[in-house]
Design a protein around this ligand. Structure first.
Ligand code: KIV
Ligand code: ZN
Length: 539
């Protein structure tokens, strides 16, 4: 009997925490990044690009935290071809068992002329210098000629050859602006294989953006042409129209293994759905219903003729097993009499590993929810734990909300907030503040009242409300995008009362804006803001 042909591994490089986080308003906090990194490791992705350490102290610390905790995947940090960037990336990935520095420098004529104002020979020199500098810190260096797909192919070849000579082990060919089309992009990969004499000393990687909706098609065409690393993100989030979607790339190669017969990834696909939910919850970017693989409709059949076919023989209209990507019918998972251990185990399956204190808190919330809702679904558990995590260590917490509104009266809101800390690291005794405001409607009134207390006024740019599960007693989820003087931040809140969920979502955005902008709450406040006296304080 002849042995099955050996397949090449396609390295899956996940950049959800870096390029994905560059989606407008998708900023995640440290806890959320760690939850996602744990899920990516469980899924067995090969590389996690955990952030861009020079971007901010928060980015650096998040990469460092991922590098310290996550075992299995390579942990990469991104750096421009600048000394300060490379040093910062090196410091962030240092704790990792398998650290990588990913250096990039634009090579296309447009970027050379207008962004860098540098000639080809200067770019070449800087790229080699940067790779050598990074090699002084780690052995595993990746180089990206940014905007490679709009660069003269001969120059891409020249740069790639030089950086490999300098020690780059992976050469990534980005389609930075999503301009490529599959045949042309595949040709570029083949050209590199043919024209670069030392190409076999490095892995060819691809990184495609989705501006023309071709990111996945381009990535797959490149794999057929010889690329062996694909850079992608969960749910395809990323700059502008996003990056190639990890779940689509992986499932295409798996489902069409007859066509991709010489390659395979090592991703455990049964975690794809949980990963998708985790990322959409953390970023506030919902997955469209008809999204391939992880959209709500991806495995539902509406037309009678299809339903009939699937009932008789699943393969008539289904090319993948829903279970292979972790899609299960919503089911009653836990109830009033379930214990803490069962809750912890179920949450783990859903991608949430809570510490003892967090689990106790979640259990208390779970019991309270059981009093309000007869049936508890997975989606309820996710909402419950998300509500707890997004409001993990808030600066401001909602204690009381009273709103009155009607079609013939002015909306008014009274709010009591607890100020639980004076910024990162400094824990104070909580103080309570109350205020009231009017508005055009209940949401306007309550955000005005919150602004009066916090002194961090925001403008709601986007407001979405949806039911977490079906039925009249369902929990509501509110997602908001709030503009704090040019800094757009998302926030999310859950409650069986959607007005309360709105207040929590807005407050969540306020807290994120404070934590992002500064560790000092006061400096985030509007100048001249005089907060109301704490409730109970003597005048
Ligand atoms: O799109 C791009 O070119 C990038 C690089 C930094 C790899 O994200
Ligand atoms: Zn990119």
């Amino acid at each position: 009997m002849s042995a099955a042909p050996k397949k090449d591994k396609v390295i899956i490089f996940d950049t959800t925490l870096r390029d994905g986080e560059q989606s407008p308003g998708a900023t995640m906090n440290l806890d959320e990044k760690l939850q996602i990194a744990r899920m990516l490791a469980k899924m067995k992705v090969d590389v996690i690009e955990a952030g861009f350490p020079i971007a901010s102290p928060g980015d650096h610390d998040a990469v460092k935290a991922v590098a310290s905790e996550i075992e299995g995947p390579i942990i990469a940090g991104l750096a421009r071809s600048l000394e300060k960037d490379i040093e910062r990336a090196a410091s962030a990935v240092k704790p990792a068992k398998k650290p990588r520095i990913h250096v990039f420098l634009a090579t296309s004529p447009i970027h050379r002329q207008f962004k860098l104002e540098k000639a080809k020979d200067e770019i070449l020199k800087q790229a080699v210098w940067a790779v050598k500098l990074a090699k002084g810190y780690v052995d595993d260096v990746e180089f990206s000629p940014e905007d490679a797909s709009r660069t003269e192919p001969e120059f891409v070849c020249e740069v790639v050859q030089a950086v490999i000579e300098a020690g780059a082990k992976t050469v990534n060919i980005p389609d930075t602006v999503g301009y490529a089309v599959p045949d042309q992009y595949a040709l570029l990969i083949r050209t590199l294989k043919e024209k670069v004499p030392n190409i076999n000393k490095a892995v060819i990687s691809v990184h495609c953006h989705n501006d023309l909706g071709l990111a996945v098609a381009n990535s797959l065409a490149a794999v057929r042409a010889g690329a062996r690393q694909v850079e992608c993100t969960i749910n395809g989030i990323g700059e502008r129209a996003g990056n190639a979607s990890l779940e689509e790339v992986v499932m295409a190669m798996r489902t069409r293994s007859d066509f991709f017969d010489h390659v395979a990834t090592g991703v455990e696909t049964k975690h794809l759905m949980a990963a998708s939910k985790l990322v959409s919850n953390a970023t506030g970017i919902h997955v469209q219903r008809n999204k391939a693989i992880v959209g709500e409709n991806a495995f539902s059949h509406e037309a009678g003729i299809h339903q009939h076919g699937v009932l008789k023989e699943r393969t008539t209209y289904e090319i993948m097993h829903p279970e292979d990507v972790g899609v299960e019918k919503s089911k009653l998972v836990l109830g009033k009499h379930s214990g803490k251990h069962a809750l912890g185990e179920r949450l783990k399956e859903l991608g949430y590993e809570l510490n003892k204190k967090q689990l106790e808190d979640a259990f208390e919330r779970f019991k309270n929810l059981c009093d309000k809702k007869k049936t508890i679904y997975d989606a309820d558990l996710v909402a419950l734990v998300e509500d707890q995590l997004v409001h993990g260590s808030p600066v401001w917490e909602l204690e009381l909300l009273q709103v009155s509104s009607g079609n013939k009266s002015l909306a008014t809101a009274t709010v009591i907030l607890r100020k639980t800390s004076e910024g990162a690291g400094k824990k104070d005794e909580p103080q309570r503040f109350q205020d009231a405001a009017i508005g055009d409607g209940p949401i306007d009134a309550l955000t005005n009242a919150i602004d009066r207390i916090t002194g961090v006024p925001g403008k709601i740019m986007d407001y979405q409300v949806r039911a977490v599960t079906e039925g009249r007693e369902a929990q509501g989820e509110v997602d908001v995008k709030v503009d704090f003087e040019g800094n757009v931040v998302h926030g999310r809140g859950f409650s069986t009362d959607i007005v309360e969920a709105s207040a929590k979502a807005y407050l969540n955005a306020v807290c994120r804006a404070i934590m992002q902008g500064s560790s000092d709450v006061k400096s985030a406040e509007r100048p001249g803001h005089v907060p109301p006296k704490p409730v109970g304080a003597t005048p």
